[in-house]
Design a protein around this ligand. Structure first.
Ligand SMILES: NC(=O)C1=CN([C@@H]2O[C@H](COP(=O)(O)OP(=O)(O)OC[C@H]3O[C@@H](n4cnc5c(N)ncnc54)[C@H](O)[C@@H]3O)[C@@H](O)[C@H]2O)C=CC1
Ligand SMILES: O=C(O)C(=O)Cc1ccc(O)cc1
Length: 285
């Protein structure tokens, strides 16, 4: 049971977490804190939080669980603002899409690594943002990756794990570096491809015509290009090295397809497409 949960950034992810824990009946009180009073008022009106404050130091007072659910670029400033105010027994975690940069931001914001910090990342979300898009079932049956540090307190790790399990999520642990490599490939690269494809087509000229004749495949492939541009700028800058590496590999593989088409090499194309279909059919049943 969490007595007082403080959430920084009550948007899609922070809001959905609060709703899920309330629905599970495992959280006594939820306090929201953000830069935007408008967002907090909306969260209060929707019954997502019990109260809010714009003062980070006040927000963490008496909290036994603190979740950083702000954009990656805001993590450091929030930590600096709560430095010296967090109770030593409070567990601290985050939901950021890249982990190396958050670990750095937390260390810099606090001036040292807090022992009760356990980085986390729910692999669940949508292309929508804000508390109006939040819903309690977002994490149900989805994976949450925790990337505990050598310094992470085991009690804090257990409490963060339990919190996510109470939302219906399946919790796994990875190292920070491994998380960032895997997510660069499975989440960051697909988002960049979707943004890139839509932008490229939108600038092709007869834009209305291009989109008018787009079929379901285009819609499926590009839903995530409606995601928050600021969030994805932050992710690209935060996970630069790993993203550049998977993009280079992908560009090479795309080159194989280009050359097979140029050479009218149907066998090579079939081999690639059959391999891809078998892999996807196996993983997405
Ligand atoms: N959108 C998604 O599908 C997923 C997002 N994430 C991560 O979750 C975090 C939040 O993303 P969303 O919930 O989608 O964003 P959101 O835009 O829905 O919510 C972010 C909230 O943070 C607040 N905020 C912004 N700057 C702030 C600051 N400087 N100080 C305090 N509060 C501030 C905003 O007022 C807003 O309420 C990001 O770090 C993102 O990488 C993780 C998994 C999925
Ligand atoms: O909308 C989708 O399908 C997503 O993939 C959402 C998402 C965005 C960022 C994350 O770090 C995790 C999940």
């Amino acid at each position: 049971m969490i007595k007082r949960l403080t959430i920084f950034g009550v948007g899609l992810i922070g809001g959905s977490l609060a709703m899920a824990l309330r629905a599970a009946g495992t959280c006594h009180e939820v306090v929201g804190c953000s830069r935007s009073e408008e967002h907090l008022r909306q969260a209060l009106e929707r019954g997502v939080i019990d109260r809010y404050t714009l003062d980070p130091a006040e927000a963490v007072q008496g909290a036994d669980m603190v979740v950083l659910a702000v954009p990656l670029g805001a993590m450091r400033a929030v930590c600096a603002a709560i430095r010296g105010h967090l109770a030593p027994e409070a567990a601290l975690t985050d939901v950021g899409s890249a982990k190396g940069s958050v670990v750095e931001a937390v260390r810099e914001g606090f001036g040292e690594m807090p022992l009760n910090f356990v980085p986390g990342h729910p692999i669940a979300g949508t292309e929508k943002s804000g508390v109006s898009a939040a819903f309690p079932g977002l994490f149900h049956g989805r994976r949450v990756i925790l990337t505990p540090l050598e310094t992470s307190d085991l009690g804090a790790l257990a409490r963060v794990r339990t919190m996510w399990e109470e939302t219906g999520a399946v919790v796994e642990t990875l190292s920070v570096a491994h998380h960032d490599e895997v997510l660069a490939a499975t989440s960051h690269l697909p988002h960049l491809l979707a943004f890139g494809l839509v932008d490229s087509l939108a600038r092709m000229g007869e834009r209305d015509e291009i989109f008018r004749y787009a079929a379901g495949g285009f819609r499926d492939f590009t839903r995530i290009a409606s995601s928050d541009p600021v969030m994805w700028r932050d992710i690209c800058l935060a996970n630069r090295e790993a993203i550049l590496q998977v993009m280079a590999g992908y560009q090479q593989d795309l080159g194989l397809i280009t050359r097979a088409i140029e050479a009218q090499d149907g066998d090579a194309l079939l081999e690639i497409f059959q391999r891809a279909k078998a892999a996807r059919d196996e993983f997405c049943q």
